[in-house]
Write a protein of this length. Structure first.
Length: 290
């Protein structure tokens, strides 16, 4: 059943936003749902897949609803997914679900409410930021695209852009930081997801760029507070530097003195409004043919 959604981030609303839940994938363990946000009364100009954060093992498709609503109110179709999580499903199961969901969105974008030829992008926060950056860089990795999509056999998971908030771009560095400050919960969840050190190295966007792996580099927008206690801002700055050096377009918007994922806990503060407006401006710019 379709419902209307009120904004939590007080930015200009070009459209009312309606949403409903659909099943996008079914494993032996059960169905996975997606929450679909649409601008009411118009075809969406862009289609975006949302992957939530939570140290790879917490939260659900509603976690980033405030920003999803803001993007949809600006005219985007946003599909926020649930996915398999550790400890039952370690790396790369989550990446494979997101890869499948990207292809599923590309196959069904029109019937979900996007205009013909709408650009397709990814959005994620924290560990979800890791998933979407990694997915954007490796859309055709055989491990990630192992789930078959009926009717979409010729579709790959390449995207037109990626948006990430406080992404984990260097999992090892985030682990060492958590270890140094005694964040034991993160250490446990890290080991649930990354069961071997080799996996963490393999799936690290920073390490991928350092070893000059051949990857795709879609336009990237990253935002983060400089006082982030979960993801050191220095690791994000280094990743953005490497992304640019490899030939990718990357924007980094920093918020002085603010912490991890502040837009989730304080959606009404001025910086959250600025962040949402900057995300929408970046997405809007991707509509211009390159």
């Amino acid at each position: 059943m379709t419902s209307l959604l009120s904004p939590t981030i007080p930015i200009a609303q070009a459209f009312d936003v309606e949403f409903d839940d659909v099943e996008y994938l079914r494993h032996a363990s059960g169905p996975l749902l997606a929450r679909v946000y649409r601008p009411k009364g118009t075809l969406a100009h862009t289609a975006i897949l949302d992957v939530h954060g939570g140290a790879w093992s917490q939260m659900d498709r509603t976690a980033q609803q405030g920003l999803n609503q803001a993007m949809a109110a600006s005219g985007a179709l946003v599909v926020a997914i649930d996915f398999r999580m550790p400890p039952e499903h370690p790396y790369p199961a989550q990446i494979a679900d997101a890869n499948f969901a990207t292809r599923w969105l590309k196959l069904h974008a029109g019937e979900l409410g996007a205009s013909t030829g709408a650009p397709v992008g990814l959005f994620g926060g924290s560990s979800g930021g890791h998933v979407v950056i990694l997915g954007g860089m490796r859309p055709r990795d055989t491990r990630y695209c192992a789930l078959s999509l009926s009717g979409g056999e010729s579709i790959d998971a390449s995207v037109d852009f990626v948006v990430a908030d406080a992404p984990v771009t260097d999992p090892e560095a985030s682990y060492r930081h958590a270890e140094s400050v005694g964040r034991t919960q993160f250490l446990e969840r890290y080991r649930w997801f990354w069961q071997t050190d080799a996996d963490a190295v393999d799936g690290s966007p920073t390490r991928i760029l350092e070893r000059r792996e051949s990857v795709e580099l879609p336009p990237l927008f990253v935002s983060q507070g400089t006082a982030d206690a979960s993801v050191p801002i220095e690791t994000t700055r280094e990743f953005v530097r490497l992304y640019r050096a490899a030939g990718g377009q990357a924007e980094l918007l920093e918020f002085e003195g603010l912490g991890h994922g502040f837009i989730l806990s304080e959606p009404g503060r001025p910086e959250s409004i600025q962040q949402a407006e900057a995300v929408n401006a970046f997405i809007d710019a991707q509509r211009v043919p390159r």
